[in-house]
Structure formats: structure tokens, C-alpha cells
Design a protein. Structure first.
Length: 108
């Protein structure tokens, strides 16, 4: 039996889009990646209220959906960086418009 989310996602492109970017932390993660690559710890510093576990979970979901790319640097100490894919960068004007809408209507 199909779940409600699956049915909505297949029937409505808006629901599919919201499923990809929806979530408590995904918007702010994407917003901070608009300026380029960030290491995991730097992302955590700019979003201090998120736990390491939740940041990892949200990044994995965004990576799975093709919004975020994960880069592993193996020179010296292993470091992981995240950046937006072209698909993720396509969200920039949309999310900036939503931010403007939020300011305009003083959404808390």
C-alpha cells in the first residue's frame, strides 16, 4: 500500500519539492551553503542550535536528494566539506524570495 507522502509526491510537483527542502533545518543548511563549500564543523558553528546527529541526518537527506554534494579531502587529516549541487543552487532565488516574504509578513 502506498503511503500518503508517496502518493502526494508523485501527484504534485509542489509536494515533491517541499518534501526535498522541508524539514526543521534544511532551509538554513541550504542558505549557508549558498556561499560555497563548508566543513561539517563550520556548518555546526553557524547553526549552533542543531545537534551533530540532526545535522548529519539532514545533510545525508539533502545529499540523497541531489541538493548537496559531499567532498572528502584526504590530504593530511581527512576533512569533509559540503556544497550545493547545481540542482541545489537552483533553489537560491526561490529561498531568497521566501526569505523576503517572511520579512514582509514578519513570519517569526
Amino acid at each position: 500500500m502506498a503511503t500518503r507522502n508517496k502518493v502526494l509526491r508523485e501527484a504534485c510537483p509542489l509536494e515533491a519539492a517541499l518534501d526535498v527542502i522541508g524539514g526543521k533545518w534544511k532551509g538554513i543548511i541550504i542558505y549557508h551553503l549558498f556561499n560555497g563549500k563548508l566543513r561539517f564543523n563550520m556548518l555546526h558553528r553557524v547553526i549552533p542550535a542543531i545537534t551533530h546527529r540532526m545535522l548529519t541526518r539532514q545533510l545525508r537527506q539533502l545529499e540523497r536528494d541531489g541538493v548537496v554534494m559531499r567532498w572528502v579531502q584526504t590530504e593530511g587529516q581527512v576533512q569533509v566539506e559540503y556544497s550545493l549541487s547545481n540542482f541545489g543552487m537552483a533553489l537560491k532565488p526561490i529561498l531568497l524570495s521566501l526569505r523576503t516574504w517572511g520579512y514582509q509578513f514578519k513570519i517569526p
